[in-house]
Ligand binder design. Structure first.
Ligand SMILES: *Cc1c(COP(=O)(O)O)cnc(C)c1O
Length: 362
């Protein structure tokens, strides 16, 4: 019996007749920024309660027709992912651990009562988009094509229950070097008035609501002169920045990251910790209290603190500020050395020992 759920889909391809011409595209790729310039096409796959995943398409990038009563607009039933494609020196295009993003999208789907997209369909959607928009994968230093897969409740119904009609979309934007002029440490505001997620909530799912609730605390961080905000749980343990995970480096060679069911499990973090383990360092995934952080910095046990995620890869934390205190954070070289090792693998400059890369253009 064939497994129809994971048999390859046949995408109907509609070419964009108003696609950017090569000169326009090259002008954008010179300085792509992040998240404002999109490629010429997008992918979508429909889902319905009775029909499962159907009508896979590649079509011109453009507005999504949506009924004003679509459930996503009222109740926020939505999830997303973030993953990149990297162009190697020989011109080939690769992505990084897409099976992990696919698995995480399924976990997020379960929590938001959305249908689970099979891993094969997820990876196929990346290939289909690269097949039509291959020239949009930049080749400059630290440049990439950022994929934004997302899924939402499109059923027009104001009753509160899981939608019976859902859409999966994939769009992509060329992305420049996140840190023009070198990686520089960020300052972090400790949010004590707001939480990002609660026990049993949606903190471990990549869903828009978590980001919506982080905007006000992020605005508070800017007001306090900080770049980013860090959240605690109700027990005073460090969670994450709201879009990046946090890692602490100890003087004795331990590399420690907070673990709880309200933290989003980053694939960048997992990969960096694997590389740290490969170097013989001891990795710990456990609760880290704010007290342990501040004491560790004060007594010299903690030698580095950094944040990590797909967009910026690794960002050293330079300062922690909260109501009534400000503490400079120690700077070491592990964060940047792991960053270099990881990006070397992603761009094909170093052996991919863990088999993390998946070629997309062949
Ligand atoms: C996406 C995300 C991260 C980072 O995950 P990566 O897989 O490393 O990109 C961290 N925290 C939150 C809340 C996120 O949404």
């Amino acid at each position: 019996m064939t497994d129809t759920a994971t048999a390859p889909l046949t995408f109907a391809v509609t070419r964009n007749l108003a696609a950017k011409n090569p000169a326009q595209r090259e002008a954008i790729l010179q300085d792509p920024g992040f998240g404002t310039n999109f490629t010429d096409h997008m992918v979508d796959i429909c889902w319905s309660e009775g029909g499962g995943w159907h009508r896979p398409r590649v079509q011109p990038y453009g507005p999504i027709p949506l009924d004003p009563a679509a459930a996503v607009l009222h109740y926020g039933q939505e999830i997303f992912e973030g993953i990149k494609a990297y162009r190697h020196a020989d011109g080939s295009v690769h992505t990084f651990r897409p099976d992990r993003n696919a698995a995480r999208l399924r976990n997020s789907a379960r929590r938001l009562a959305l249908p689970e997209l099979p891993t094969e369909h997820f990876i196929q959607s990346l290939r289909e988009l690269v097949a039509v928009d291959l020239d949009w994968v930049p080749s400059g230093a630290d440049q990439s094509l950022y994929f934004r897969p997302f899924m939402f409740a499109k059923e027009a119904f104001l009753g509160v229950r899981p939608a019976k009609k859902v859409a999966y979309y994939l769009i992509a934007c060329p992305a420049g070097s996140y840190f023009a002029g070198g990686v520089k440490p960020v300052s972090i505001w400790l949010s004590e008035n707001y939480a990002r997620a609660g026990k049993g909530g949606t903190g471990a799912a990549k869903t828009g609501g978590n980001y919506a609730s982080s905007l006000l605390p992020q605005a508070e961080a800017y007001e306090k002169g900080c770049d980013q905000v860090v959240f605690l749980d109700q027990d005073g343990n460090v969670e994450e920045l709201g879009g990046m995970n946090v890692v602490f480096v100890f003087k004795d060679g331990r590399v420690v990251t907070p673990e709880s069911d309200s933290i989003l499990e980053g694939i960048t973090r997992d990969s960096l910790l694997q590389l740290a383990e490969d170097r013989g360092l001891t990795v710990e995934r456990r609760a880290v209290s704010l007290q342990e952080w501040r004491d560790g910095v004060a007594n010299g046990d903690i030698t580095e603190v950094f944040a990590c995620g797909t967009a910026a890869v690794v960002t050293p934390i330079g300062a922690l500020k909260g109501e009534g205190f400000e503490e400079a954070q120690p700077q070491g070289d592990l964060a940047l050395s792991l960053r270099e090792e990881l990006t070397d693998i992603q761009y094909g400059r170093r052996e991919d020992k863990h088999g993390w890369l998946v070629r997309l253009d062949a």
